[in-house]
Design a protein around this ligand. Structure first.
Ligand SMILES: *Cc1c(COP(=O)(O)O)cnc(C)c1O
Length: 408
């Protein structure tokens, strides 16, 4: 790909796992929407933490504790800067997107009353459906669904009609992990605000591809997982507007989140600590910061341009295969190709691809309502990261052809 400014071969050297073999074949890793691989720089940050300054934070007077605290808080500032949040205490460290969404859903149980309405998009990951269903059950609020069309785009006319003065919260992913659709979140947020509703955007799938600007979006809550953007598992971020984080009650009680505790009454710590009970994933938070540095060094504009080319190429090549159907054909999409071959179960294709060293995901991708919509049990999903290449797409295409030949 001549038009790209990225030196992919150089980038690939940063990811030790990309040079391993699987079933005797060079690994072709195309399951990035489930988790991305980790560059040496991030692995080094993890090793450095445990080798040199492992200590609990915010409490010790000793040098190691101070060093760990400084690095952890520096990571929070990196995250704040990356997502352009107005204040660093609007960045809450979480264990990931699922944790962040549950924090907000749980907090809203004290703010909702019977008959209040919640709007969810038809293309959500289960982690942006189930916590809200639990909330609706607890409060008597009503969950309504913003429908999508056959291309996998939200129907904005229907959204307009669903919004009313009863709507309290709207939640939607920025990019669908099952279809790759980039949702028009600017419009979703603006319209929700006009109706007086707050918005939570699940950014888990967007954060590896798009640099979202919290202040420009004027979003109320935004969640991400570090492991989908070159960071470690078990850490993520919840962005919340200060006014909302002040309104919501704490999610968990424990150490670190208090101002004063007596058996009669406890007062809570200021933001962000109010939402960070217990010892956090200190090393993970620091390594998340390193992952952001790594990706910003490459540059999100260059990443987006390259991944767009790769997606176009892969779409064109896969569609050359007879009987292959792609799910998710939105005009605005990125880096995810969900497909099936007529008459063949996706799991069988995935199994054969694995034998060839190609890692894809098969199944419902934690988004069963989407599969129900298309009346299919699941799909084969190839999802790309900036370290993938056209040559790997070619290996995928010949692997799928081979699977078809064996299974038909
Ligand atoms: C991966 C993903 C999640 C869940 O993230 P966890 O890291 O498992 O908490 C939620 N939503 C979307 C869109 C995702 O891609």
């Amino acid at each position: 790909m001549e038009t790209t400014t990225l030196d992919i071969q150089k980038i690939r050297i940063d990811f030790p796992i990309l040079s391993r073999k699987v079933n005797g074949k060079p690994l072709v890793y195309l399951d990035n929407a489930a988790t991305s691989q980790t560059p040496q720089q991030v692995i080094d940050a993890i090793v450095d933490y445990y080798s040199n300054y492992n200590a609990n934070i915010h409490r010790g007077v000793h040098a190691l504790s101070q060093e760990a605290t400084d690095k952890y808080e520096a990571a929070r500032h990196k995250i704040q800067k990356h997502f352009n949040a107005a204040k660093s205490h609007e960045i809450i460290f979480t264990s990931g997107t699922t944790h962040g969404i549950n924090m907000v859903a749980s907090g809203f149980s004290t703010l909702l009353k019977k008959g209040d309405e919640l709007l969810v998009s038809a293309m959500e990951h289960h982690s942006n459906i189930v916590p809200w269903q639990m909330l609706a059950e607890r409060t008597g609020a009503i969950l309504k669904v913003i429908p999508m069309n056959i291309e996998g785009e939200l129907m904005m006319d229907a959204y307009d009609k669903l919004l009313s003065n009863k709507t309290r919260l709207v939640f939607c992913n920025h990019i669908s992990n099952a279809l790759g659709t980039i949702n028009p979140i600017e419009e979703i947020i603006e319209k929700a605000h006009s109706a007086g509703a707050a918005v939570l955007i699940d950014g888990a799938q967007a954060a590896p591809h798009i640099k979202a600007d919290m202040q420009q979006l004027d979003v109320d809550f935004y969640t991400v997982s570090a492991h989908k953007m070159c960071g470690p598992t078990g850490v993520g971020m919840l962005y919340g507007k200060e006014e909302w984080l002040n309104k919501l009650p704490p999610y968990q009680g424990g150490g670190e989140m208090i101002a004063e505790v007596t058996f009669e009454k406890t007062t809570y710590a200021d933001l962000p600590h109010k939402f960070e009970a217990g010892t956090p994933n200190i090393c993970g938070g620091i390594a998340f910061g390193t992952a952001l540095d790594y990706m910003n060094n490459i540059g999100f504009d260059a990443i987006a341009a390259y991944e767009h080319e790769l997606l176009q190429y892969a779409t064109r090549r896969l569609l050359e295969i007879e009987g292959l159907k792609i799910y998710g054909t939105a005009k605005s999409k990125t880096s995810v190709l969900s497909f099936n071959i007529e008459g063949i179960h996706p799991y069988d294709i995935g199994t054969i691809l694995d034998k060839l060293g190609i890692a894809v995901r098969t199944g419902h991708h934690c988004a069963q309502p989407i599969m129900d919509f298309y009346k299919i049990p699941g799909t084969v999903r190839a999802s790309f990261c900036f370290y993938n290449t056209e040559e790997e797409v070619d290996v995928l295409v010949s692997g799928v052809r081979r699977a078809v030949a064996m299974l038909q």
